[in-house]
Design a protein around this ligand. Structure first.
Ligand code: ASN
Length: 289
């Protein structure tokens, strides 16, 4: 918990030093990230209206770009995943995502920011919390940017469906997976005009088998494109009407990412199970405090 707490401080300090403004998290809203995998609905009624608990603040980040050009949020997310996922050691149904978004940025810019931020935080932890790492018997290697990049197509061809964990186990430094196919992601990540069917997005994979660190990319921001992408997913437009009303008036181009704080803590501390990174872990399928 000491390292977990320090990690939050270091990320915030780094982002503030680069001119980012921290937003308070949104917990309830009529709109949230639909995600690209099944989760059970988490909703509450307030004043007769239905609110969702945040699965991610993606739409709020895009809307925030109308007012601010560089933002971050420590965003608590609720994702009621299938209970079998508790065995992965990487899933909690309540976790905190460091959500970042930059107006008028492209993917390259945001990837560079991620690399610098992660290297900076790892260096500080090694310098300031060496005793804690020693207690945990964790030998942390400072990665050297730019991190290696592989396209989704390449890794899929090489390793098949379970590529993420295979890439992670083989790697001794973080690895980017870029150009994710349109069907494998949500509608809000921008389709690459020069590579139709693939997105201008990326995932970062930790080395040593720790799995996914973050995902992000450039966003669809043109109203007609957003509508087209929602329809392509066979999703009901009315689910996103509050977002679409604002998108119709105009959104800025932006790019950003979300990094799981508990997963980062697990990687830094070299822990087997994510529930050991925090005091009140929400383990899928269990009744938790
Ligand atoms: N927060 C992520 C992003 O910015 C999205 C997600 O969590 N699904 O791309």
């Amino acid at each position: 918990m000491g390292i977990h707490s320090k990690i939050r401080k270091l990320f915030a300090d780094y982002l503030r030093s680069k001119g980012f403004i921290e937003l308070p998290p949104v917990i309830l809203s009529p709109i949230t990230d639909p995600l690209n995998h099944p989760t059970a609905a988490a909703q509450v009624k307030c004043y007769g209206k239905t609110y969702q608990l945040m699965q991610s603040m993606i739409f709020h980040k895009q809307i925030a770009m109308l007012y601010l050009d560089k933002i971050f949020v420590f965003s608590p997310n609720i994702r009621i995943e299938p209970s079998r996922l508790r065995r992965t050691g990487r899933h909690l149904f309540e976790f905190t995502q460091l959500d970042v978004e930059v107006r008028n940025a492209d993917r390259e810019e945001v990837m560079k920011l991620c690399e610098e931020m992660i290297v900076n935080v790892i260096k500080s932890i090694k310098r300031e919390d060496g005793d804690k790492l020693e207690f945990l018997k964790r030998r942390l290697i400072i990665p050297d940017p730019p991190f290696k990049r592989i396209t989704y197509k390449e890794v899929y061809k090489k390793y098949g469906k379970k590529f993420e964990i295979i890439v992670s186990k083989k790697a001794d430094a973080p690895v980017w997976i870029v150009d994710i196919p349109i069907d494998a992601r949500e509608f809000y990540d921008r389709e690459d005009p020069n590579n139709p069917g693939f997105l201008r997005d990326m995932d970062l994979i930790y080395p040593e088998g720790y799995g996914e660190a973050l995902s992000g990319g450039e966003r669809e921001y043109i109203y007609e494109r957003i509508l087209y992408r929602i329809r392509k997913k066979n999703m009901d437009i009315s689910r996103f009407k509050e977002y679409l009303r604002i998108a119709k008036k105009g959104l800025y181009p932006s790019a950003g990412f979300g990094l799981g704080i508990e997963r980062f803590t697990r990687f830094i501390c070299g822990l087997k199970r994510i529930e050991d990174t925090t005091l009140f872990p929400k383990i899928p399928g269990r009744l938790c405090l």
